[in-house]
Design a protein around this ligand. Structure first.
Ligand code: SF4
Length: 153
């Protein structure tokens, strides 16, 4: 919950100051490092968007079941590939301009937040979290670490 303020800072502040997009890169690095040891700890304790969905969307959500396909692995990886491809294509088009790269990450954060709000209203407040590319990736990184060490998850 304490990180929730980072969401408006990035999605609103980032429109005027694109370098705030680098906060998204820093958060991605942090969540992936954490997921190595603690699976989706980031999602439940630190994610600004997750906190926003808990605080705001839980009050207006229709609380309907999410589509069954959200739990299907291939579909979650399809969403992951879709967003990563979109991200990579947009970054390559920046020509290495560091401000434009920041703007790409701000844009991704805005788009995914809009989708998260729509899904949060019409399904469960954390409906987006079932297919969020970063959620899917955290699970995979954690499983890879545990299959290597032989630890139980
Ligand atoms: S699934 Fe994505 S949006 Fe949801 S809490 Fe995790 S990182 Fe944040």
């Amino acid at each position: 919950m304490i990180m929730v303020w980072l969401l408006p800072l990035i999605v609103i502040g980032g429109l005027f100051y694109p370098l705030l997009g680098y906060l998204v890169i820093a958060m991605m690095a942090l969540l992936l490092s954490l997921s190595f040891f603690r699976s989706r700890y980031w999602c439940w304790h630190l994610c600004p968007r997750g906190a926003f969905l808990d605080i705001a969307l839980s009050k207006v959500s229709a609380k309907r079941p999410t589509p069954k396909i959200f739990t299907v692995q291939w579909f979650r990886w399809f969403i992951f590939a879709l967003f990563m491809s979109f991200l990579i294509i947009r970054i390559t088009r920046t020509g290495g301009n560091y401000i434009a790269i920041g703007a790409v990450f701000v844009g991704m954060c805005v788009i995914t937040t809009i989708i998260a709000i729509i899904l949060g209203v019409i399904t469960k407040h954390r409906g987006w979290c079932m297919i969020c590319p970063m959620g899917t990736f955290q699970e995979k990184v954690h499983k890879l670490n545990h299959s290597k060490t032989g630890k139980k998850t």
